[in-house]
Design a protein around this ligand. Structure first.
Ligand code: ADP
Ligand code: DP6
Length: 320
């Protein structure tokens, strides 16, 4: 028997960047995201006659990535009382480890495939909790549209819920792929390092306020407020990295150039905002009427840049 699940990536507008418990992946803050239609992961699980194996895009992975998946699946097996050897095959329709949220779709799809393979019939809340243990951001990819991951205080209370599965907001996200090489500092390591920043307490203290403001912006269909807050929140996250001890950054020269282009466009009356995750690539939040102008300017400023136009995507689904 084979079970396959599909999960879409999500991009946080209010970001998760800091843990209270690394093993359980309990966050120090709540976060809010938009699930995307254009980027996703398909993962299947079937029985193996020998060892548990993991293939990503038809290839065996390095020890770190392989162990992450195998240890995760073992942990789920222990929780539910299974011990069979499995073959896990995954395909990313998103660049892997480049700051485009591959781990969010990856572990949501894996939790889904596990649920299907063992016929567990888990609720979305339970699936979100399980996905979270694989990668925090994956908790939100169980849901489509806008999702909130409430930080909670322990394993059972930290899961995501849907804020709006099918938003009507005119909101597009342009993923500008500047560099899709595997990054040197994973999100897991980056957020650990960020916790040494002298501004980290301020980051945590602002979370309730920024989350509430973002929820209000979404509920009142206020794109300007959503964009301003998302850009501020992402800039705060990257300021933590710059001011960590020792400091680091995911930005590259092209990231700065792209930030300035977004600021210039805005001054010219083309409304757009940026958000950036743990990688050099920038995501532009805008509305349908502005997409062509933004694409034109980015294509003329960057050689061979790939721009993917995304909007709201669905939650977890099962393929077989
Ligand atoms: P990203 O910015 O892509 O989310 P992260 O550092 O958060 O980067 O996560 C990347 C890691 O997630 C990879 O190095 C790998 O260990 C894991 N990963 C990515 N895609 C998959 C997949 N389809 N199945 C299992 N693990 C995956
Ligand atoms: C910047 O969820 O990849 O994308 O829990 O250690 O796997 P781990 O981290 P991960 O971090 C995501 C960080 C982010 C912001 C976000 O998605 O909220």
């Amino acid at each position: 028997m084979k079970a396959t699940a599909r999960a879409h990536t999500n991009i946080a507008l209010i970001k998760y960047w800091g843990k209270a418990d690394a093993k359980l992946r309990l966050p120090l803050m709540s976060s809010l995201s938009m699930t995307l239609d254009k980027f996703y992961t398909d993962t299947s699980i079937e029985k193996s006659s020998e060892n548990t194996e993991f293939y990503l895009n038809n290839q065996k992975q390095d020890t770190e990535s392989t162990n992450r998946v195998i240890n995760y699946v073992r942990r789920l097996q222990n929780e539910f009382g299974f011990s069979d050897k499995l073959i896990i095959k995954s395909t990313n329709h998103v660049p892997t480890a480049a700051g485009l949220a591959s781990s969010s779709s990856a572990f949501a799809a894996l939790a889904g495939a596990f649920n299907k393979f063992y016929d567990l019939n888990l609720s979305d809340r339970e699936l979100s909790r399980l996905a979270r243990i694989g990668s925090g951001s994956a908790s939100r990819s169980i849901f489509g549209g806008f999702a909130v991951w409430q930080k909670g205080h322990d394993d059972l209370s930290s899961f995501a819920y849907s804020l709006d599965e099918n938003p009507q907001m005119d909101l597009s996200l342009l993923a500008v792929e500047l560099n899709c090489q595997k990054k040197k500092v994973s999100s897991t390591l980056g957020m650990k390092q960020a916790q040494t920043s002298p501004f980290f307490d301020t980051w945590i203290n602002r979370n309730d306020y920024e989350l509430e403001e973002m929820i209000t912006a979404i509920k009142s269909n206020d794109f300007t407020k959503l964009g301003e807050l998302a850009e501020l929140n992402a800039s705060e996250m990257h300021a933590l990295n710059f001011t960590a001890q020792p400091g680091f950054t995911y930005f590259e020269p092209d990231t700065i150039k792209a930030i300035k282009l977004v600021q210039d466009l805005r001054q010219k009356g083309i409304e757009c905002y940026y958000t950036i995750d743990a990688g050099p690539n920038i995501k532009i939040l805008t509305q349908l009427r502005n997409i062509k102008d933004i694409e034109k300017i980015f294509e003329s400023e960057f050689n061979n840049v790939k721009i993917i136009k995304a909007s709201f995507g669905p939650g977890l689904s099962y393929l077989d």
